[in-house]
Every structure is written in structure tokens, then in C-alpha cells.
Design a protein. Structure first.
Length: 518
């Protein structure tokens, strides 16, 4: 096994372990927090965290731009060049941290108009927001070195440290919320564990990279040697704004057009969906740095083989998360936090379809980023404008449905049609038909099984599932069988899944015999 593949596998393995732990903890903690701290406070923290996400746009895509310049020196083990790039990153991220702090303070001046109706009171709003602000600032000023670890395909280290600290933090908050029900204490715990995480992670970095010498002053001078950083930053910046509005502004929009309490209702669904998104990202984060190294090698045949392998595995993972959402998310909400927290079925299907649109082109996006193809800035502006216009037109009348339609309408054409064309024409220098001929099979298989999931839900799940026991029974009886037939279909009809399975010759031989493949 090559070093690149080994590190990718390690990233995925560690990511999966923490995914399972955090998934269980998220479900348990959400119920405790809603019961002990109240839906209004949970909705408030959701909105404040969305404001912090908005402030992170100030990062301008600098991290994404600079990581691109780390792939080659890491491959060549060029410590001098790596120190130059990391010094530049340290300088820029320190500036970003202070800019975020200043903008955050200015935004907080408007809180008396935004949150004056909350029963929790403005002092708690300010205390929570400034704690979140300090956490965000410290992440840029002290934790920028995690970008080096990720570019070096050691994302599993970042996951291990920060996820472990996050789990301990959540357990502490659960216990304190249950016994004391103190909102201020809940916030203080988050800030305390942020400080612990910074100390522990930076100590480990010094052990792992003893030759790493970061000089802030030199980093400022190095900007002149890398004019492409600023060029790519300008290109990525628009992508960052677009991604925030399309993917990370939900709670802000729901709070603005519906209510703060509905943010908590909506948040129950997004917690489930975000945990599933994290499952998809485990594979992406585990392999994205490896794709950068793959493209740097310039082996066209191997590049296309890996592209279709990743496409097949991503579509299988999409099936793993989309089909159970269709089947079980409504009864899961009823069993988890109570039937009163269920939302309209139309909202649920729009959430699921938006998730599909976001991740069906994930392989394309990974290769676009690894190749540094950020020149199509016009598409981001177009998506942004369409989203804003549609949301402002529909959200005042249709609420959450209007917000979700704004997302779906704005991204459909670009995610499904433009990005593949851009990658194949500018990145692979091939006809886009080489993408669409095999891709049609993936779409066809996926939607056949999605339609089958809806039929099963309407005919069986809706009538039968009314408790944890029946939910688990239907999960065991239906989901594995559905997923197995989907996997077999991908193996029979797509080359990408055959490429992937052939990495295990014995398993490939068994699958070939079972499916009568030559």
C-alpha cells in the first residue's frame, strides 16, 4: 500500500471512529439541552454560531489558497519552502483573527434591536457571543498549523485531538446542564475547552514538526514572493461567501423570516443531516490532500481511474445517508425529541434534495480544488444573486420552504452541469461527454432506489413505526437490504465501483461470481 493510500485510509478510519462517538453524543446531548436549557436558548446559540460562521468569511479563502502551495514542497520534503509558506499563513491568519474580533464587536452593537424580545436577557446574549468570538479568534491566531497537518494527509491527527476534546466538552456540558441548568456555565465550559485544545494541539505540532520555524515578520515579506496567493484568494473569497449563504446561514434566515424558537425545531433536523454530512466529509477530507499529490504526479490514466472510483464510492455513501433520511427521519424526530418537534413533510423532502445536490458533485469539487481551478468566479456571483433574490421573494410568504427553494434553485444548474464541464475541459482537457456517458448510470440507479425508498416509507414505515422498538425493527429489516441491492447494482453497472472493489482481489472475485460478471 502506497504512503498516500495508507494516510487516506488512516484519515477515514479515525474519522469514522469519532463520527460514531459524536453521532451518539449529539443525539443524547440535544435532548438534554432542549429539556434542561430550553428551546429558546438552543435557538439563540444556533443563531449566534451562524453569525460566527458569517464572520469566518473574513478568512477570504486564504487557507484554501495557501494549502495549494504546500502540496509540492511537502512531496519534496522541502522544509525551507514549507517554513516560508507557513510564516505567510501565520501572518495572514493573525490579521484575520483581529479583523474578525473587530467586526464581531461592531455587529454586537445591534443585538439590542435583534434580541430584545428574548426571555433569557441581553447580558446572556452578549456573554455567549463574546465567548464564541474569542473561540473563533483563537482558532485563527493559534491553530493555523492544522492546515499543514491536513495538507500532509494527517487529518486523522487533527480529528483525534479536536474531536476528543469536543467529546469531553459535550459530556461536561451535559452533566452541568442536567444538574445546574445554568446557561452561563454552559458557555464557560466551551471557552475553557477551547483553551485546552490550543495548548495540547500546538504541543503535539512541535513534536511532529521540530524543524517548523514560523516567523510572522518574514511571513509579511513573503507575500511579495507569492502573488498567486492573493489572486487565488480573490477567487476563493467569492466561493466562501456563496457557500456560507447557501450552506451555513440556515439558522439566521429561519430566525429572521420565521422565529428564534423555530430555529431550534429546524436545528433538530440539521443536527441529523450535519452528522451525515460529516460522514461524507470523512472520505473527502481523508483523500483531498492525496488528490493534490495525485495530480502533481501527472499520471492521466491513474487520475481518471481514481476519479471514477471516488464517484462510485461517493454515490454509494450518498445512498447510505439519503435513503435512511427518506425512510426514517420523521419517526426518528418523534422518538427522539417528541412528535411536537416534527416539521412539514415538504420541508423534509426539500432538505433531503438539497443535501443530494450538495454532495452529488463532491468528487468533481474535490478535483477542482486540488487542481486549483478557481477561475470561474462568475458562477459563484450568479449562484449568490439567484439565491438572495429567490429567498427574499419566497421566504416572507413560505418561510422555511422559501429558504430551501432559494438554495435548490440557485445551485441546481451549476452543481449538476457547469462544474463537471469546467473540470473536464480545464482540468482534464477532455470532452464533458466522457463525464456524462458513465454519470447517467449513477443518476439513474440512485433515483430508482430513492423512489423505492419513498414507496416503502408510504406503504410501511408511516403506518408501522411509532416507537423506538418499531423504528429499530424497521431499520434492521429494510435498510441493509435496500443498501445491499444498491451496492450490487453499482457494481454490476458502473466501472468505478469495479475499480474500487478490485483493490481487494478476493472480494472482487466473490462479487463477480455472485453477479455473473465475466
Amino acid at each position: 500500500m502506497s504512503e498516500r493510500v495508507h494516510r487516506s485510509v488512516m484519515n477515514i478510519k479515525v474519522g469514522m471512529i469519532f463520527y460514531i462517538l459524536s453521532l451518539f453524543l449529539a443525539f443524547f446531548s440535544r435532548r438534554v439541552f432542549l429539556d434542561c436549557l430550553g428551546a429558546e436558548f438552543i435557538g439563540l446559540t444556533g443563531m449566534l454560531m451562524n453569525i460566527m460562521s458569517f464572520l469566518s468569511v473574513a478568512e477570504l479563502g486564504i487557507g484554501t489558497s495557501i494549502v495549494y502551495f504546500l502540496y509540492k514542497p511537502l512531496q519534496e520534503d522541502n522544509h525551507e519552502k514549507i517554513n516560508e509558506v507557513m510564516s505567510m499563513l501565520a501572518y495572514l491568519y493573525r490579521c484575520i483573527g483581529f479583523i474578525i474580533g473587530g467586526i464581531g464587536i461592531l455587529i454586537s452593537l445591534f443585538f439590542p434591536w435583534w434580541f430584545d424580545h428574548l426571555s433569557t436577557g441581553l447580558p446572556l446574549v452578549y456573554f455567549a457571543f463574546y465567548s464564541f468570538l474569542a473561540t473563533s479568534m483563537s482558532g485563527y491566531i493559534f491553530n493555523y498549523k492544522q492546515l499543514l497537518v491536513s495538507a500532509n494527509q494527517k487529518q486523522y491527527m487533527v480529528s483525534a485531538y479536536f474531536q476528543t476534546i469536543g467529546i469531553v466538552q459535550s459530556l461536561t456540558q451535559i452533566l452541568l446542564a442536567y444538574y445546574y441548568r445554568n446557561l452561563y456555565l454552559w458557555v464557560v465550559v466551551g471557552l475553557f475547552f477551547t483553551i485546552i485544545g490550543i495548548i495540547v494541539f500546538n504541543y503535539r505540532i512541535r513534536q511532529l514538526y521540530p524543524w517548523l520555524q514560523v516567523n510572522i515578520n518574514e511571513g509579511r515579506k513573503n507575500l511579495r514572493q507569492y502573488p498567486e496567493v492573493l489572486k487565488k484568494t480573490r477567487q476563493v473569497f467569492v466561493l466562501k461567501i456563496k457557500d456560507f449563504i447557501l450552506n451555513r446561514s440556515d439558522e439566521l434566515l429561519v430566525g429572521a423570516f420565521v422565529s428564534v424558537t423555530q430555529v431550534a425545531f429546524y436545528g433538530n433536523y440539521t443536527i441529523i443531516i450535519n452528522k451525515l454530512i460529516y460522514l461524507v466529509n470523512i472520505l473527502g477530507d481523508g483523500m483531498s490532500a492525496g488528490i493534490g499529490n495525485l495530480l502533481a504526479e501527472g499520471n492521466e490514466k491513474n487520475t481518471m481511474k481514481v476519479f471514477w472510483e471516488m464517484t462510485a464510492t461517493r454515490f454509494f455513501i450518498l445512498g447510505m445517508i439519503i435513503y435512511p433520511l427518506i425512510l426514517y427521519i420523521q419517526p426518528l424526530i418523534s422518538c427522539w425529541v417528541g412528535p411536537s418537534y416534527r416539521m412539514n413533510t415538504v420541508i423534509v423532502y426539500l432538505l433531503i434534495f438539497n443535501l443530494f445536490l450538495k454532495f452529488q458533485y463532491n468528487t468533481v469539487y474535490t478535483f477542482v480544488g486540488a487542481a486549483g481551478l478557481y477561475g470561474d468566479v462568475w458562477t459563484s456571483w450568479t449562484e449568490l444573486i439567484i439565491n438572495i433574490v429567490v429567498t427574499l421573494c419566497l421566504a416572507p410568504f413560505y418561510g422555511i420552504i422559501g429558504i430551501l427553494l432559494g438554495k435548490i434553485i440557485s445551485v441546481f444548474f451549476f452543481n449538476v452541469f457547469w462544474k463537471p464541464y469546467y473540470l473536464f475541459s480545464e482540468g482534464f482537457h477532455k470532452s464533458v461527454w466522457e463525464f456524462w456517458r458513465p454519470m447517467t448510470t449513477y443518476y439513474t440507479l440512485f433515483f430508482i432506489f430513492a423512489f423505492l425508498s419513498i414507496v416503502i416509507k408510504l406503504m410501511i414505515i408511516d403506518d408501522y413505526v411509532n416507537s423506538w422498538t418499531t423504528l429499530i425493527e424497521m431499520g434492521i429489516l429494510i435498510y441493509p437490504i435496500l443498501l445491499l441491492f444498491y451496492f450490487i447494482s453499482l457494481f454490476i453497472f458502473t466501472r468505478g465501483m469495479k475499480f474500487f472493489i478490485s483493490r481487494r482481489p478476493s472480494f472482487y472475485s466473490i462479487m463477480s461470481k455472485l453477479t455473473f460478471q465475466p
